[in-house]
Every structure is written in structure tokens, then in C-alpha cells.
Ligand binder design. Structure first.
Ligand SMILES: NC(=O)c1ccc[n+]([C@@H]2O[C@H](COP(=O)([O-])OP(=O)(O)OC[C@H]3O[C@@H](n4cnc5c(N)ncnc54)[C@H](OP(=O)(O)O)[C@@H]3O)[C@@H](O)[C@H]2O)c1
Length: 194
């Protein structure tokens, strides 16, 4: 069984994690809500709007209680949950934590495991564009989350739009495509200059 580590996979990337589970992956999800208290039951039953909690069926995620503010502890707990080095890393980690968290989990990845880094457009410095991948030893697809325009107004991407777009990057990564930067929704052109 292939193993994916999905950071931020209990939020808007839940659909992405669910699809990997449906494809038979072991999916490890670090989460602040993965403890043994009532919050963890709520998290296991987590679904989209209108979701009706049901008995757990099919391949279930491996939830690991962890916080990005303690990267070494997060890595140690993920290590304990892994059956083998992870074959894929998908990372939606807020900018202030991204470097320490990705560097902490890097030793848990198989040597050739691809990485999908997900960025919010608001975190990208217009003068610098998207930064180089944090883990240069791993082929990395970078995804920039933009916005959706409706006439004169804009909105953020829905969770589904985000997960679908990130899954496309996951498939490019697994197909061994060259590292590249992709946008979901509209992104000002300066943001994706490298
Ligand atoms: N451009 C865009 O379209 C765009 C970009 C960014 C955000 N958004 C919108 O903004 C909303 C909020 O974004 P968001 O990133 O706060 O929510 P999110 O992606 O829905 O959830 C945040 C994810 O990060 C995890 N997380 C957050 N802080 C953590 C920490 N300290 N340690 C461990 N895990 C942590 C959460 O895990 P646990 O809660 O399970 O611990 C969860 O998996 C989203 O729902 C989305 O609609 C849109």
C-alpha cells in the first residue's frame, strides 16, 4: 500500500485526502483535533456541508495529533504512524510554519517521493514570485490558490475547487512530470513568475 502524508488535509484539502483513500492509499493526516477526546470523534465524522455522519466505511485516514508550531514532535508522531517511508507529501501549511514543518518531515519521505506544495496567493511576495521548492531533493509540483471572479466581485476557491486542482497536481507528480507551478482560479501574472 502506498502512503501519502497530507499536511492540512482535514481542511479544504479533505476532498484530496478522501480521493487518495478511495484509490487505496494509506493517508496520514496530522491534525490538532486528532486526540482521543470528543473532538476526534467529530473529526472522524467530518464531512462537507449537508454531510450526514455514518458508520465508518472503507479505507480510513490515519489521524495523528500534531501542531505545526511543534514540527519535531509532529514528525516523531508521523514517523510512529508510518508503516514505511511516505511515497507522497501534499503540504498546505501556512507560510510562517511551512519551512520548519516540511524540513522536519523530509526524513520521513522515500528518496524519490514527490511533493505537492500548496500556496495561498496572499502569501506570495509580488517581487519574488513563487519561491523555489523547500525540499529540493524531491520533485515538487507547486500550486497557487487564486480566486474566482464573478463580474466585479471575487471570491475564494471552494473546498471542492481547491481539492480538484490539487489532485491534478498530485497526478502530475505521480506521473513523474517535471516540477512546475500551477494556478487554480485567477492569479495575477506576477505571482507565478519564478
Ligand atoms: N485562495 C484561496 O482560495 C484560499 C486560500 C486560503 C484559504 N482560503 C479559504 O480560507 C479558509 C480558511 O483557510 P485555512 O487554511 O485556515 O483553512 P483550511 O485549509 O480549511 O484548514 C486548515 C488546515 O490546516 C490545518 N492546520 C491549521 N493550523 C494548524 C496547526 N497549527 N497545526 C496543525 N494543523 C493546522 C487544519 O488542521 P486541524 O484544524 O485539523 O488541526 C486544517 O487541516 C479555507 O476554508 C478556504 O476556503 C482560500
Amino acid at each position: 500500500m502506498r502512503t501519502a502524508l497530507v499536511l492540512g488535509g482535514t481542511g479544504m484539502l479533505k476532498g484530496c485526502a478522501d480521493e487518495l483513500l478511495a484509490q487505496g492509499w494509506q493517508v496520514v493526516l496530522p491534525s490538532r483535533r486528532a486526540g482521543s477526546g470528543p473532538g476526534s470523534a467529530a473529526l472522524r465524522a467530518l464531512g462537507g456541508r449537508g454531510h450526514v455522519p455514518q458508520e465508518a466505511q472503507g479505507n480510513q485516514p490515519t489521524l495523528v495529533e500534531a501542531d505545526w508550531s511543534r514540527p519535531e514532535e509532529l514528525a516523531n508522531r508521523v514517523r510512529a504512524a508510518l508503516k514505511a517511508p511516505a511515497d507522497l507529501l501534499v503540504a498546505w501549511v501556512h507560510a510562517s510554519y511551512r519551512v520548519p514543518v516540511l524540513e522536519a518531515v523530509a526524513p520521513l519521505l522515500a528518496p524519490d517521493a514527490p511533493v505537492v506544495e500548496v500556496h495561498d496567493i496572499g502569501d506570495i511576495n509580488p517581487r519574488e514570485g513563487v519561491r523555489d521548492p523547500i525540499l529540493p531533493g524531491h520533485p515538487t509540483q507547486q500550486v497557487v490558490l487564486g480566486f474566482v471572479r464573478h463580474g466585479s466581485t471575487t471570491r475564494w476557491l471552494s473546498h471542492e475547487e481547491t481539492s480538484v486542482g490539487v489532485l491534478e497536481a498530485v497526478h502530475r507528480a505521480l506521473d513523474g512530470k517535471s516540477p512546475s507551478i500551477h494556478q487554480i482560479g485567477e492569479v495575477d501574472t506576477w505571482a507565478v513568475r519564478s
